[in-house]
Ligand binder design. Structure first.
Ligand code: TRP
Ligand code: ZN
Length: 471
């Protein structure tokens, strides 16, 4: 935008000079130093989810306060979005699929808005100058929706028999709060959840307070490290809560549906050991708390690496627990720049669980690589017909980003050697900590670290279909 604006201004000045327009007439929008307002972009241009994210501003903090009653599925919410304008802006979008909006203000002034699909289009008055901090307060009430993904699975706000299970990847967050729903705009979060007495509300980060009054309990949760919207959760239900710490002192908070206590005990009890082991190979744990939420949400059927507290829709195995905890480094701290990079999340988390298995005396990573579900698949299998680095929205949570992604890492390790490989993945976590990384960035980092030309290697593993035969 900037070069275009400068060129336009220069051209206007030349034209004005030619036709003899007095200088002061240039103090119209577009003159140097004068704001030239335009609408923020309606999306960030991610082809997997073309409406996701927005332009024109950066979110700094979300404060999401709601009361929810599981028996009526009614939510009454106030979300405050603190952001900074990155352009002179007369209109901007938030992503929101939630229930009816009852009021919306920008910096305390009532703002007009309209809704179109997941776009909440806001017209702030006064207009916003580039660099200005602004605060949007949105009040809404009703039942937040369940969102269906391109692969048919569900996410968003999913009612359970005793509360709600709240996964947001890749497009569920706007079901329950308005925001900038793309992993490239991270922010800190505070949640205030008011629920009927007896229900526990479990959010990301640390529990700040729990206050009972008039048959309700309000839980306040605070996540102080930057978080992508899809990793936000406040999952509600009947939970048995336990608090402990990892050997290096990171607080652990677990919430387990008592019906799943026995079946999840092995995985939940391993959290401190898993975090400790991964810290040695991936570098320091990137957040200030950890834990897990084990719930009974049979319609969901998958787990999600919600930041600091992965959520499980059934009792997890130890391997699944390791997978979701590995995502705290790869996925949550280092997040994708575009959803096509999903193997950087799923391949890394899957490979991490192979390493955990080997570390605890099970199959070696090499054995897992060679097994029937991995490299052992016949070359004729349809498995080999999906491109790892661009699986498409329907297959982004299919086998390929997970298993071929993990195989890619194991093959890379063989190619560049253990010392370079483990330094590479640790440095990757450090360099992009609390940020984003793209496949091309990882390829460049691997080339740099190894001093090898890995073009053909990554071509056969990431960018081409077909079973790699040599690399
Ligand atoms: N990222 C999750 C994991 O691997 C899985 C997941 C998130 C998922 N959202 C999904 C799977 C939607 C299927 C559909 O731990
Ligand atoms: Zn995963």
């Amino acid at each position: 935008m900037k070069p275009r604006r400068a060129a336009g201004t220069a051209l206007a000045a030349v034209l004005c000079a030619l036709v003899g327009v007095p200088d002061h007439a240039l103090a119209a929008p577009g003159a140097p130093g004068e704001p030239r307002y335009s609408p923020g972009a309606a999306d960030v241009g991610d082809p997997y989810f073309p409406d996701q994210g927005n332009g024109g501003y950066d979110v700094r903090h979300y404060d999401i306060a709601f009361a929810y009653d599981p028996s009526t599925k009614h939510m009454d919410a106030t979300t405050t979005v603190e952001a900074v304008a990155t352009q002179d802006m007369d209109r901007f979008d938030l992503d929101f699929r939630g229930p009816q909006i009852t009021s919306l203000t920008v910096d305390g002034h009532k703002a007009s808005f309209e809704r179109s699909g997941q776009e909440l289009i806001v017209t702030p008055r006064p207009k916003l100058k580039s660099g200005k901090d602004f605060t949007v307060v949105v009040k809404y009430a009703g039942t937040p929706p369940v969102v269906t993904d391109p692969d048919g699975s569900i996410e968003g706000w999913v009612p359970t028999d005793d509360g709600a299970f709240v996964p947001g990847e890749p497009q569920g967050a706007p079901a329950w709060f308005p925001g900038d729903d793309h992993p490239t705009d991270k922010a800190t979060f505070t949640f205030h959840a008011t629920v009927p007495e007896g229900v526990t509300a479990v959010g990301n980060g640390k529990l700040v307070s729990k206050t009972a009054a008039g048959g309700h309990t309000t839980f306040v949760w605070d996540e102080k490290e930057p978080m992508a919207t899809y990793l936000a959760t406040v999952t509600l239900g009947n939970f048995t809560v336990a608090q402990s710490a990892t050997p290096s002192g990171i607080p652990v908070y677990t919430a387990v549906d008592p019906r799943l206590a026995d079946r999840s005990a092995a995985a939940v009890s391993k959290i401190p050991d898993i975090v400790e082991y991964f810290s040695t190979i991936f570098g320091p744990y990137p957040f200030s708390s950890v834990g897990a939420i084990v719930d009974q949400a049979p319609d969901v059927g998958y787990a999600l690496e919600s930041q600091t507290k992965p959520i499980f829709s059934s009792a997890p195995s130890v391997g699944t627990m390791a997978h979701e905890l590995a995502h705290q480094w790869y996925g949550d701290s280092v997040s994708v720049g575009r959803w096509s990079d999903i193997w950087l999340n799923e391949g890394f988390a899957t490979y991490a669980s192979w390493l955990w298995t080997e570390h605890t005396g099970g199959a070696t990573a090499q054995q897992t690589f060679d097994s029937a579900g991995n490299y052992g698949r016949a070359a004729t299998s349809s498995f080999w017909q999906t491109v790892t680095a661009d699986p498409g929205p329907e297959d982004m949570f299919g086998n390929v980003p997970y298993n071929r992604g993990a195989m890619t890492l194991h093959a890379l390790r063989g190619k560049i050697g253990d010392a370079v490989f483990f330094k590479l993945i640790k440095d990757w976590a450090t360099t992009h900590r609390h940020g984003n990384g793209r496949t091309a960035d990882f390829v460049a980092a691997a080339q740099q670290a190894s001093g090898q030309d890995l073009t053909r290697f990554f071509d056969v593993w990431l960018y081409q279909k077909g079973k790699p035969a040599t690399w």
